[in-house]
Design a protein around this ligand. Structure first.
Ligand SMILES: [Cu+2]
Length: 508
């Protein structure tokens, strides 16, 4: 009998014992019955695969979501990894920029793939135009600091250290220079895969996905350049929670792809710095998960927990076409902080498994066909002082999808008896501007009469919207569907937001 099987049987008999004679017996079994346990195998040092053989090999590094090709090598080699730290401004969301610190110019950093037993000669460079020193701690390294102590690198310098990849698995690497949290929050993390000697089973697609939480002084999607907010980071209140460092990095034309009937392997990491991830793919069941990157897979998993500074290997196959949505199932992070990606599966329907109908509209809102270009155009015009009504209407139209349209419908007609129309609304036409602005900011409750029909319902406040989003949305609504026209500015919204919410009244 295998050791694993005997352990399972022993545990099962303990459970039976606990069931028939209650908690005391169970406690007794746990504490005093050594016979119930098969002793775990003694810990032994991992196999040393001997000295590196052959010519040194330069590791292929890839940018997310790509993964270097499998290693088809049956001996341990010396593998040279050259990674450069680059500090650079990139877009974190449409019209929002952030100064990232990166391993290799991307967030997450370059994917590194070696074979168990390889001797890795690691070269860490820090670009000459960097402002900060950096280093690297690889969780796949056995040794104090995981390399951090030997890799402190000032701008314009290079450091070198060597380690043997003793344990197979998928490991996080990250910067560990003080303030460590800030370096990680700025994007300094990535994954290194240490393949088993025999390689991983063949699959059709391998992808690299890594979650991270980001802290900006402005609100979610507040336009312009957003600096890092240390207080929010200490309080663990992220503005963004993202896959692969940027909102939209895995949606629209950047979605991951597969065909029906193919197998997919995701290397999913979590850089943190603070949050753990409840990683889930809407509409898929994971056939196999190597939880926490560990050796023994779990099967038929719906959601897998990925700790900050941890990773998992997630495998599944596709049965029916459509958009499968990658989320952190701590769901506000997906819908209000950006933690969303898409796997687009093409191929023939299989109605025996699923009846069809795309999930895009239901789940994705404005991320289904992310085209928020008009939104950033309006933001730029706003900053330059040239914002026109047309800019605002175009931006508001794009924002309307997935926010207001959920209830008032894309054509503004509402739903009879449930959501009042915004199209040709006589209620809307007679409101003063400040009250109109207060509707999205503070919500609306109590009886309202729109075009002769009474509604007595609740519109929830949508205070997550930024001032310019509210301004653009209302300008769009005012200038659409036969409404009277007009314009709402960001400053007017800011003033109303600063005032206390109006008390609900019976009729406005
Ligand atoms: Cu750093």
């Amino acid at each position: 009998m295998s050791r694993m099987l005997s352990t399972v049987l022993a545990a099962a008999s303990m459970l039976a014992l606990a069931a028939c004679s209650g908690k005391q017996a169970a406690d007794a079994a746990l504490s005093a019955s050594p016979a119930a346990y098969a002793a775990p195998a003694p810990l032994s040092a991992p196999t040393d695969f001997g000295p590196p053989q052959g010519e040194p090999i330069h590791a292929v590094l890839t940018s997310p979501p790509n993964v270097p090709p499998p290693i088809h090598r049956n001996y341990p080699a010396k593998v040279i990894v050259e990674l450069e730290v680059v500090e650079k401004e990139m877009s974190i969301s449409e019209g929002v920029t952030y100064t990232y610190w990166t391993f290799g110019g991307t967030v997450p950093g370059s994917f590194i793939r070696v074979r168990q037993g390889d001797t890795v000669e690691f070269h860490l460079k820090n670009a000459p135009d960097s402002k900060m020193p950096h280093n690297i701690d690889l969780h796949g390294v056995t040794g104090p600091g995981g390399g951090a102590a030997s890799s402190f690198t000032a701008p314009g310098h290079e450091s070198q250290f060597t380690f043997k990849a003793l344990n197979q698995g998928i490991y996080v690497y990250h910067c560990a220079t003080a303030p460590v949290g800030m370096h990680i929050a700025n994007g300094m993390y990535g994954l290194i895969l240490v393949e088993p000697p025999e390689g991983l089973p063949k699959v059709d697609h391998e992808y690299y996905v890594m979650q991270g939480d980001f802290y900006t002084t402005g609100k979610y999607r507040e336009k312009g350049h957003q600096p890092f907010d240390m207080d929010k980071a200490i309080d663990e209140k992220p503005t963004y929670v993202l896959f692969n460092g940027h909102e939209g990095s895995l949606t629209g034309d950047k979605a991951l792809t597969a065909k029906v009937g193919e197998s997919v392997r995701l290397f999913v990491g979590n850089g943190g710095p603070n949050l753990v991830s409840s990683f889930h793919v809407i509409g898929e069941i994971f056939d196999r998960v190597q939880q926490e990157g560990g050796l023994h897979p779990q099967e038929n998993v719906q959601t897998t927990l990925i700790p900050a500074g941890g990773a998992a290997i997630v495998e599944f196959h596709t049965d029916v076409p459509g958009s499968y949505v990658l989320v952190d199932h701590s769901i506000f992070r997906a819908f209000n902080k950006g933690a969303m990606g898409i796997l687009k599966v093409d191929g023939a329907e299989n109605k025996a498994i699923y009846s069809g109908k795309e999930v895009d509209a239901v789940y994705l809102g404005d991320r289904a066909e992310p085209n928020l270009h008009a939104v950033s155009t309006a933001a730029k015009a706003g900053a330059a002082g040239t914002l026109s009504k047309e800019d605002q209407v175009a931006a508001g139209k794009q924002l309307f999808t997935g926010t207001c349209s959920v209830c008032h419908q894309a054509n503004g007609e509402g739903l009879p008896g449930v959501f009042p129309p915004l199209a040709k609304s006589d209620y809307l036409a007679k409101q003063d501007k400040n009250h109109l602005i207060s509707i999205p900011l503070h919500g609306l409750t109590g009886k309202v009469t729109v075009n002769g029909k009474e509604y007595d319902s609740v519109m929830p406040p949508m205070s997550q919207l930024t001032d310019d989003e509210v301004a653009n949305l209302l300008t769009y609504v005012l200038n659409s569907w036969g409404n009277p026209g007009g314009q709402v500015s960001k400053d007017e919204v800011a003033k109303v937001r600063a005032q206390p919410a109006p008390a609900p009244t019976a009729e406005h």
